[in-house]
Design a protein around this ligand. Sequence first.
Ligand SMILES: *[C@@H]1O[C@H](CO)[C@@H](O)[C@H](O)[C@H]1NC(C)=O
Length: 211
Amino acid sequence: MVIGLLTLVSIPTVTGAALGVSEQRKANERKVDARRMAKFNIDIQSTGDTEEDEQVHGKRIVLRDNKVYLDDPQPSNRKIPSHTALAFYIDYPELDETKHLKRGLGLVTTISDDPPMLNWIYADKDTHELKYGNRSQSVEHVVGPWDWADEETTITLEEKHALVAVEEEDGSWAVYFDRSGDELEEVLEKQGKLDNAFAPIVFKRCMAEEP
Ligand SMILES: *[C@@H]1O[C@H](CO)[C@@H](O)[C@H](O)[C@H]1NC(C)=O
């Protein structure tokens, strides 16, 4: 079997079709890149039917003060003005010191339209809050790999479905990454937020209209 595969992959080189094959591969890679760079809003699907689940379901990811929040998809319905995240995937530009981490795809988002500015969405390595920032602000944190699942409709981080909405003191819903699989018990206890309202959520890609 192994030999069979090796023979198969070596045929194009032997027959002189290598150029065609690599051209085809490049074209495929470009197609994948284009799909990865297609822009989307991030909408919230809840996974249960508690009161908290119902509150967060259908909300949209917004950005303010370096942190990721849930709010109404309609900007005019928001109590606190926030920027609506418009995101896409691109390889995270590692530093020489972090190259070995091979974190792969990062999640880029617009943070303002005028002037147009982009940042990375990442999970704080200590508090597990989702935040956004430029490379220097994000590189030491959990910047990826971000990916998609369920036929490209669901957003995953570190191959997990582990995002959780937590209600902050001011009544807004922030997002945390349950990296340790303990339902955030350890990180929320450290922040005195163990009793805060809490709802597991799924990030869904809502493709934006091309202008
Ligand atoms: C990254 O953001 C910080 C804080 O806003 C800023 O001080 C720094 O200059 C930025 N770095 C780059 C490379 O833009």
